[in-house]
Design a protein around this ligand. Structure first.
Ligand code: KG4
Ligand code: ZN
Length: 348
């Protein structure tokens, strides 16, 4: 029998053990999940410190780091899950979106592992993974709900109608919110990754600088971050030219409020207009304490339930890939071994 025959005859098990691999950016991650939401292990190695001096992720450096870290991270995930290789029922892998070279390292490894174990290979979209992280946070949660996706590459409000069906209500017309955090951090002389550093500095500041409200209160569910970014850059440059001191903490705090408030407002509006009672969120920016606090407070005020992934499941990880992998596994969505990586993969 060929590998393809074996996969075609694979009997779907509800309690399947899925090993997932994520390598789309600078995190090398592997997780082991049993069934829909019993997370047995989740391991991450990051090459972030190697990128700091360049001010952002250098794709070639990230790819090389994945090649050295991957087998170590996989071994650790298997060991910490208390399983052996022969217990694995399927291998899930991020095939996009992300950096092509980085994705290819994880994808090649996953293909080789799936083939050697003669188990199915499950192709997972990174974006769907971010949304599926929520099923690990609340094991009782089921669609429908509204999901706010806020990462380095995506910003969107999504009506999650079922595990499989999504209605994208709106998204960014230009920069993603995480990208805006990273760019403003650079302007303020903060290191990569910008988001956590802006959040830290913002705690010492006040939101006393008037910045554009972007599409707050208008534009449906769409977002635009380029105007906000330009306004902050102009504010800093103008002060530099006049030789005036700026209070960087106030800039960080004012920017964070503007960037986050519009996300919260539109997520709540979506829940009301779609008639659902739960708001969830996913993506690296959801690790932001101010965003979490605002979502919690505003949902409470509006009688909505809010479910947020723990911070370590917001930023890139493989547990979320396993969670989405399980949804695809139940559908029998298996890839053949010629699956290619793709820099752009969306929700659908
Ligand atoms: O989801 P993610 O890890 O990778 C992508 O799929 O893009 O998101 C990374 C983004 C970066 O832009 C980073 O600055 C931002 O998430 N981020 C944060 C925080 N932690 C990560 N933004 C604001 N506050 C944070 N604490
Ligand atoms: Zn991500």
């Amino acid at each position: 029998m060929t590998y393809q025959d074996i996969i075609s005859n694979h009997v779907i098990k509800e309690n399947a053990i899925i090993l997932a691999i994520e390598s789309s950016c600078d995190e090398t991650a592997c997780a082991v999940l049993r069934g829909r939401n019993e997370l047995l292990s989740s391991e991450i190695e990051s090459s972030m410190t190697e990128h700091i001096k360049f001010g952002g992720v250098v794709p070639e450096v990230a790819s090389r780091a994945h090649t050295t870290a991957l087998s170590i991270v996989v071994d650790r995930a298997i060991k910490n899950a208390g399983i052996t290789l022969k217990d694995i029922d399927a291998v899930a892998v991020t095939y996009g979106a992300g950096l092509l070279g980085a994705l290819l390292v994880g994808l090649s490894y996953a293909k080789a592992l799936a083939y050697s174990l003669q188990v199915p290979l499950i192709p997972v979209s990174h974006i769907r993974g971010h949304l599926a992280a929520i099923y690990l946070a609340d094991k009782k949660l089921k669609p429908p709900f509204i999901s706010l996706l806020a990462s380095g590459g995506h910003t969107a409000i999504i009506e999650v109608q079922s595990y499989e069906n999504f209605n994208i209500l709106g998204g960014t017309l230009d920069d993603a919110v995480g990208e805006a955090f990273d760019k403003i951090a650079r302007v303020l002389g903060l290191n990569y990754p910008g988001g956590p550093n802006i959040e830290r500095l913002a705690k010492e500041g006040k939101p006393n600088i008037k910045l554009p409200l972007m599409l707050k209160g208008k534009g449906g569910y769409d977002f635009s971050y380029s105007g906000l970014k330009t306004a902050v850059i102009n504010y800093v440059h103008r002060a530099n030219q006049l030789g005036e001191d700026i209070n960087k903490a106030d800039v960080a705090c004012s920017f964070q409020c503007s960037a986050v408030d519009v996300l919260v407002e539109k997520a709540i509006l979506a829940a009301k207009e779609c008639g659902v009672d739960t708001v969830t969120a996913g993506g690296g920016v959801v690790a932001n304490g101010y965003l979490r606090e605002r979502l919690n407070n505003e949902c409470a005020k509006n009688g909505l339930k809010v479910v947020l992934p723990p911070k370590n499941l917001c930023t890139d990880n493989a547990a979320m890939i396993a969670s989405e992998g399980y949804i695809q596994y139940l559908k029998g969505n298996f890839a053949s071994l010629d699956l290619n990586a793709s820099a752009r993969v969306g929700l659908k």
